[in-house]
Design a protein around this ligand. Structure first.
Ligand code: IMP
Length: 193
């Protein structure tokens, strides 16, 4: 089975991606590959951050790898938190703090349209390939649900009236930004397998 290093230690993302690839590939996280590194995300776009993460791991290992950078863009906040989604409430902030700040900043904002975006940077034999996926929805008035991670308790995808955190992995895996980006990567991997 082809092994791909996933340039991340986010267990939730790794689980989602393994399921989305139907376990056709041996996806190992940085920790599982024995790599201890905290790769910075200094850039202003998801694509540049994703490229940085995969190229750092390729330079370290010389092995096929991929990374992904994701974020939530809220229309009424001019695209915030966007590329800063993980650190919205500060460099050491957790999801509860980020969600609380998002709700606070949206207190007087009626346009609750939002979009999740994922960019994947895949490096195979030293060449980089980029894949993108988006998922549109709305920001709920209060958090609900215990599934998923990050902003899932606040994000109601279009076509549903519950948050990703309530809908769970089955629904998320069918319609999410990550699903759409991974599908593209999967289709590409099939052409070179
Ligand atoms: P990064 O891609 O590791 O920089 O993190 C992106 C951040 O965006 C995460 O820490 C979450 O806050 C948020 N995020 C990305 N994808 C999702 C998702 O599928 N559900 C909920 N939040 C997400």
């Amino acid at each position: 089975m082809k092994q791909l290093i996933f340039a991340s230690n986010n267990r939730h993302k790794a689980d989602e991606i393994r399921a989305l690839l139907n376990n056709r590939f041996d996806i190992i996280t940085l920790k599982e590959a024995g790599i201890e590194i905290d790769i910075p995300e200094p850039h202003e776009t998801l694509a540049k951050n994703a490229s940085e993460k995969s190229s750092v791991i390729f330079q370290l290992t010389g092995k096929d790898c991929f990374s992904e950078d994701s974020g939530l863009e809220v229309e009424g906040l001019n695209g915030a938190p966007g590329v800063k989604s993980a650190r919205y409430a500060g460099d050491t902030s957790d999801a509860t703090q980020n969600n609380a700040l998002l709700l606070h900043n949206m207190k007087n904002i009626s346009n609750r349209n939002a979009v999740f975006k994922t960019v994947i940077s895949l490096i195979i034999d030293g060449n980089e390939y980029l894949f993108e996926g988006t998922c549109s929805g709305k920001i709920a008035l209060t958090p609900s649900g215990t599934g998923g991670f990050g902003y899932d308790p606040l994000f109601i995808p279009d076509g549903y009236d519950q948050t990703f955190a309530i809908l769970g992995l089955d629904v998320k895996s069918a319609i999410s930004h990550r699903k759409k980006a991974v599908d593209q990567m999967n289709a590409f991997l099939k052409t070179i397998a």
